[in-house]
Design a protein around this ligand. Structure first.
Ligand code: SAJ
Length: 425
């Protein structure tokens, strides 16, 4: 099938790079976002998010006339929905957050009026199992003049599929092309047609399955990683208690040919791994026991770190009775949610620094080479360079292993405290 015009709804971390990929293959792309600022920025050939190599690609796509942003969907041959799927605010049942599909519903409502026979609609947003069928139901409700796969199977007027994104922030432009892609059709025909669309730029293999399996596959991938990180985080807490260097331990254990332990840290951040496993737990709370526990272990790690810092401060004060807490300076290295990016969303490091800052206002130094200035929530902390922090602070906390933090000269002082959550020091 030929796709001359593609409409991408949601121009965020996934939607914008995907829209740009199609545009770079000379497809006419209409990018849709409710955020007027994002639309205006893109139409100037600029970007409102940070992702390596995206700025140049967007600039070229807009300049050559293949990509145009707007706030309302327009008729197209294929529609891609890449909107957020967060939790419902304040709705936590039995400790389990509830997925919020309202952005998908709003996207379905906005594309329904412009749908025509033969169109393909793809849900890319990470979603709980059944979300694609739900989106199809919303579309069918709005357009009783058209048939949908749940009504007419392979003969439907509109084809629907779920094709979850699996790209790693920071490597999106490369991984969009090279990663294998799971294509979950509501029918086999839907899957086949969706594959034709991705074949426009994907060099990885396109693997066809059902929409429900594709939904579960994406959740499974992130739950797998979360569970493995939880194992490493739990190990780090155990090792701390029994006075064993967890980094050395993992290095040694990983020399076994069938063992590959991930790295512990201050917790799991970002908007995917810390969220998606809950979509499994909320659907099957009785069965998803390990997945839930992993989430709880990772979510509990920042608090463990905060307590560790508090204990270290208390011990330091005890050893130096002439000092008060107010006179102690604490240096925190890294606030991003993972190394070498500027993204602070759902960052455990940020949560830790915020907490320490509340206890020690005015005495917290932050080293974060990937951002220009500290966010408002850290208004009482000061951004300094690595060397200044190293010289001035009595307590040092390594939170994110940015490349530039590694291989530094280490002149440590017995009078100072060093807490390394990343195995850098
Ligand atoms: N982390 C550790 N230890 C590790 C690895 C990671 O503590 O050994 C932490 C990171 O510091 C970070 C968090 O986990 O706080 C998540 O980082 P990540 O690099 O593992 O993953 P994300 O959230 O950037 O991207 C993930 C990817 N999923 C998998 O690797 C299974 C990516 O492929 C997905 O496309 C993305 O989620 C998504 O959008 O769902």
């Amino acid at each position: 099938m030929n796709f001359d015009t593609i409409c991408v709804v949601g121009l965020g971390y996934i939607g914008l790079p995907t829209a740009t990929m199609f545009a770079s293959r000379r497809k006419k792309v209409i990018g849709v976002d409710v955020n007027q600022h994002a639309v205006d920025t893109i139409n100037r050939g600029e970007i409102h998010i940070v992702e390596p190599a995206l700025d140049i690609a967007v600039h070229a796509a807009v300049k050559e006339g293949y990509l145009r942003a707007t706030t309302r969907p327009e008729p197209a041959d294929a529609f891609l929905v890449a909107v957020p799927t967060p939790f419902k605010k304040g709705q936590v049942e039995g400790g389990i957050p509830t997925p919020d599909l309202s952005y998908i519903q709003a996207a379905a409502d906005s594309i329904a009026p412009v749908l025509k026979k033969g169109d393909l609609v793809i849900l890319e947003s990470t979603s709980p199992v059944g979300a694609t069928e739900q989106m199809a139901a919303w579309l069918a409700e709005a357009r009783s003049d058209l048939t949908f796969p749940q009504q007419a199977g392979d003969n439907s007027d509109i084809r629907i599929a779920h094709c979850p994104e699996r790209v790693l922030p920071g490597h999106v432009m490369h991984e969009l092309i090279e990663n294998d892609r799971i294509i979950g059709g509501m029918t086999e025909r839907c899957a086949g047609i969706a594959r034709d669309l991705y074949a426009v730029f994907v060099r990885g293999e396109c693997l066809l399955t059902t929409a429900r399996t594709a939904e579960m596959a994406k959740l499974t991938e992130n739950a797998f990683r979360d569970t493995n990180i939880a194992f490493a985080n739990e190990l780090s807490i155990i090792c701390d208690k029994v006075d064993i260097d967890v980094w050395e331990l993992i290095r040694l254990a990983n020399r076994h040919p069938r063992v590959n332990i991930l790295q512990p840290g201050p917790g799991v951040g970002g908007h995917c791994i810390a969220v998606d496993p809950w979509f499994i737990v909320s659907e099957t709370p009785e069965e998803a026991r390990l997945i839930r526990t992993a989430r709880e272990v990772n979510d509990g790690k920042p608090e463990w770190v905060i307590n560790k810092i508090k204990l270290a401060v208390a011990e330091l004060l005890q050893a130096n009775p002439d000092k008060t807490a107010k006179e102690l300076t604490i240096a925190c290295y890294g606030v991003a949610f993972k190394p070498d990016i500027d993204d602070l969303r759902e960052s455990p490091a940020l949560e830790i620094v915020k907490n320490i800052m509340n206890d020690h206002p005015g005495n917290v130094l932050v080293v974060e080479p990937n951002i220009q200035s500290l966010p408002d929530v850290l208004n009482e902390a000061r951004k300094v360079d690595y060397e200044t922090a190293w010289e001035r602070a009595e307590v040092h906390v390594m939170l994110v292993d940015h490349k530039s933090f590694k291989g530094k000269e280490m002149n440590v002082s017995e009078k100072k405290v060093y807490i390394d959550l990343r195995g850098v020091w």
